[in-house]
Design a protein around this ligand. Structure first.
Ligand code: MSP
Length: 493
């Protein structure tokens, strides 16, 4: 059982902001969940380093483009480390291996006649690195004015794949998610599918076009998409490629869904390869209802937030606050409120109460196993429900379901009043609560890995005890020593 999941490759013209962190946190949650389910997960992230936007930024800073890329790669890598992003491979489009794969696919399509020479004249948006249809004056994505470019270029015959794209979408109802974005993509394919200019001659920061005498470089999107093949060994490592391809999920923001659900599958079909199984376009975070941007200077620095609130709190907030496909507005007030009420109060209180009671009434040892009462059925039922939620990328409902167990376990303490109990009744009550905490630590691991490990450690367990394969009530062995090391999550004032 394999699971190949990817994030977009981030442009290296600037340092990461919370929008970039968002995709990687979601991908990490999914990757961790699948690992708990026993999948052989290949989780890819990386950087998109070519193109005019990066060349211009490097010129502005008076450094070579490769130096700029190297500096930004370090920022991305350190952010992913701070956020506990468990990627399998960090790919850079300036790697030789990627240049080789991109060149291979280019030549395959050229030899098939799917790439041909022509003249392009029309508007182009450099910040978005996209061609814009001829009658537009501003970029439909970012609303900035376009540059008019006129050059001899090579085209990819995208329009000839219209019918195959439409049937692929129809035959694979879960290919484009959320489902409300499917119509948007289908309309673009049906109404305005033009051949795509895939080479540029006015700048040089890119992969050279592999045609004798050509001085052009490949259009950045054309080659960047190919990274998903490079990373799994295409075309040389057949064993790896056959193991992981097609990708199970490309996670992307809604703005780049078009590239992944139209251009990319057409390139693959043209190259005789299978399109990805799913592409999910998530929503955008705004700041005071405005787009985050370098020019406005309003981008939220993820490093600051993590230093202040911790990686797990930040991960929890982003995935809990907003349904994954929708847009959301980021505010410190909402973040603090969410963390205090859910993590410090609900979960944190449950954890402290139970751990302290086990310390006082059971000599910090897991008591005799009990039948679980209603907490058992509830926990096992939640394990099934979260499977459905996460497979549709509804992280917020995943967490809502998990919180039903948090609340029920808290209610169970209030109703049972363990401090009034004795003997077997006391022991069973404490066992049921400890086992609920074990279940919670497993369910929460994909979203808050560090907090989950802390819970686990206090329960006398470790990371290898985390699994969702054959989950059963009663996994916590009697006699294990527990250790309460203080509050799980500090209240923020
Ligand atoms: N380099 C291309 C992707 C190539 S994939 C082969 C690119 N890079 S990007 O750095 O501009 O954006 C990367 C991702 O960040 C996109 O999925 C985009 O949607 C996401 N976000 C950028 N700003 C965002 C927010 N404000 N909120 C949420 N996600 C945002 O596009």
């Amino acid at each position: 059982m394999k699971y190949y999941i990817t994030t977009p490759l981030y442009y290296v013209n600037d340092q990461p902001h919370i929008g970039h962190a968002y995709t990687n946190i979601a991908a990490d949650a999914m990757a961790r969940y699948k690992r708990l389910k026993g999948f052989d997960v290949f989780f890819l992230t990386g950087t998109d380093e070519h193109g005019q936007k990066i060349e211009r930024e490097a010129q502005k800073r008076q450094i070579p483009a490769q130096t700029l890329a190297n500096q930004m790669v370090e920022k991305y890598k350190s952010l992913w480390q701070m956020l506990s992003i468990s990627y399998s491979r960090f790919i850079r489009t300036t790697e030789d291996r990627h240049k080789k794969t991109a060149t291979h696919l280019f030549l395959t399509l050229l030899n098939k006649g799917d790439i041909y020479k022509g003249q392009y004249e029309g508007p182009y948006c450099t910040p978005c690195e996209r061609f814009v249809s001829k009658d537009e004056k501003v970029c439909p994505d970012c609303r900035r004015p376009c540059e008019i470019i006129s050059e001899e270029t090579y085209f990819f015959g995208l329009s000839r794949y219209r019918d195959q794209l439409l049937s692929y979408i129809k035959e694979n109802p879960n290919f484009i998610l959320p489902s409300y974005r499917k119509n948007e993509m289908t309309n673009i394919i049906s109404e305005e599918l033009f051949d795509l200019s895939i080479t540029r001659s006015t700048f040089s920061w890119g992969i050279p076009v592999p045609i004798h005498g050509a001085k052009d470089v490949m259009y950045v999107w054309f080659e960047a998409l190919i990274n998903y093949l490079t990373a799994v060994g295409y075309p040389d490592d057949k064993e790896m490629f056959e193991r992981y391809w097609p990708a199970d999920l490309h996670l992307v923001g809604k703005d780049i869904l078009r590239f992944h659900t139209i251009i990319w599958p057409a390139m693959l079909i043209a190259g005789g390869l299978t399109p990805p199984k799913r592409v999910f376009g998530h929503g955008w975070w705004t700041i005071n209802e405005e787009k985050m941007s370098k020019s406005k200077g309003n981008a939220i620095d993820p490093y600051e937030i993590i230093n202040e609130f911790g990686a797990d709190g930040f991960r929890y907030f982003l995935l809990r606050e907003i349904a994954f496909g929708l847009d959301g507005d980021f505010s410190r007030k909402a973040l603090i409120h969410r963390l205090n009420s859910d993590l410090a109060n609900d979960l944190g209180n449950l954890f402290s109460r139970v751990m302290k009671m086990v310390e006082s009434y059971a000599e910090s040892k897991v008591p005799q196993e009990a039948d679980g009462e209603h907490l058992k059925g509830l926990a096992l039922n939640i394990a099934n429900e979260i499977e459905t939620e996460i497979s549709e990328l509804r992280f917020h409902s995943y967490l809502e379901k998990v919180w039903v167990l948090v609340r029920e376990a808290n209610k169970y303490v209030d109703q049972k009043k363990p401090w009034t109990l004795k003997g077997t009744t006391l022991n069973s009550t404490l066992y049921n609560l400890l086992e609920s905490l074990r279940m919670l630590s497993i369910f929460l691991f994909p979203i808050m890995p560090n907090l989950s490990l802390k819970m686990l450690k206090c329960l006398g367990l470790c990371e290898k005890d985390l699994s969702l394969v054959d989950l059963k009530w009663g996994g916590l062995a009697t006699g294990i020593r527990t250790r309460y090391t203080g509050p799980l999550f500090m209240r923020i004032s």
